[in-house]
Write a protein that binds this ligand. Structure first.
Ligand SMILES: Cc1ncc(C[n+]2csc(CCOP(=O)(O)OP(=O)(O)O)c2C)c(N)n1
Ligand SMILES: [Mg+2]
Length: 328
């Protein structure tokens, strides 16, 4: 694999940043300081990290309601993200989007999305645009297992296949759609089999192995840039928290959670890096401490910011009343 030590260090940093951000988002929500829902990505960090590490800065991603990890992995700034969670004017969407609608067009982040399955067709649009402009860009579309039962999933794979669009469909199979287990919501074990219907490559991989995710996405990106069309990659993973914060998780057992915690992607990468003498444990600890500080600073930034003005609710809705386009 063409993975430099620097790239692996960067992946460690991204995974630790996602974990620290999510833990802080969990705390702030528990204190009642962030309005709305929050769906945490803890346990699934390897998917966003491995996938985005295979992309260039001007490539695109589409995200989901569980989007913080995707945004951080594609280069989102935790300060503006945290401010958005707090509903502050200094947030990515001026505090009007919240956790589920963070976007940063300047980094190719086409948006988290509260509508399950909505990202699939946005990704096809981005792929069509890249193909039309012959820009060489690709789009990674992140989505959950349950969203593959939505019609949008099938429409998107079909069109992307027919038109050979540069889209990489990355399924985060965490075994549940809210409280409904995969075996209750679909009559298949491996979602990658659905690629066969559209005559595109489909693979199932260990989504808690960041290097495996990187390798699979890297290959799919090369395939897409070669104008050979889309790939479906199913990453088996698990969320450690409930569907949303406040979910009592009565639909799953403590044993199941414990089994998956043993497969936590973060200690796994730490062990790989230390065993192969790419990083020492002291270096990883120092990295983690600096990240925790950055996330704490993001909370201070968010708290010191101004809450979005009520009158601003009608701004940025129609293009003719946009006063100032905010593209970070
Ligand atoms: C169109 C639509 N239907 C239903 C919902 C309610 N809903 C929110 S998340 C979710 C389940 C999503 O499960 P999955 O796609 O596996 O993603 P995960 O939450 O596991 O990451 C549902 C049904 C929604 N937001 N949008
Ligand atoms: Mg799911």
């Amino acid at each position: 694999m063409n993975l430099s030590d620097d790239k692996m260090r960067a992946m460690m940093k991204t995974m630790l940043t996602i974990r620290a951000f999510e833990q802080e988002a969990q705390n702030q929500f528990a204190m009642g300081l962030t309005p709305g829902f929050v769906h945490l990505y803890i346990g699934e960090e390897a998917v966003a990290t491995g996938a985005c590490a295979a992309l260039k800065e001007d490539d695109f991603i589409t995200s989901t309601h569980r989007g913080h990890g995707h945004i951080i992995a594609k280069g989102g700034d935790v300060k503006y993200m945290m401010a958005e969670l707090f509903g502050e004017e200094s947030g990515y969407c001026k505090g009007k989007g919240g956790s589920m609608h963070i976007a940063d067009a300047s980094k190719g982040i086409l948006g988290a999305n509260g509508i399950v399955g909505a990202g699939h067709n946005i990704a096809v649009g981005a792929g069509l645009s890249a193909q039309y402009r012959d820009s060489g860009q690709v789009c990674v579309c992140f989505f959950g297992d349950a969203s593959t039962n939505q019609s949008t999933f099938h429409e998107a794979l079909n069109l992307a296949s027919v038109w050979k669009l540069p889209v990489i469909f990355v399924c985060e199979n965490n075994g549940y759609g809210i409280s409904v287990s995969q075996e209750r919501h679909q009559n298949i074990t491996d979602i990658s089999v659905r690629a066969q219907s559209y005559n595109i490559p489909g693979v199932t991989i260990d989504g808690n192995d960041v290097l495996a995710v990187y390798e699979a996405v890297f290959e799919a990106v090369a395939h897409a840039r070669d104008k050979k069309g889309p790939t479906l990659i199913e990453c088996k993973t698990y969320r450690h928290r409930g569907h949303f914060e406040g979910d009592a998780t009565v639909y799953r057992t403590e044993e199941e959670l414990m089994e998956w915690k043993k497969k936590d992607p973060i200690p796994r990468l730490k062990n790989f890096l230390t065993d192969n003498e790419i990083m020492s444990i002291e270096e990883i600890d120092a990295m983690e401490a600096a990240i925790k500080q950055e996330v704490e600073d993001a909370v201070v930034f968010a708290k010191e910011s101004k809450v979005a003005d009520l009158a601003s609710v009608v701004h940025d809705v129609y293009t003719d009343i946009v006063e100032e386009a905010r593209v970070r």
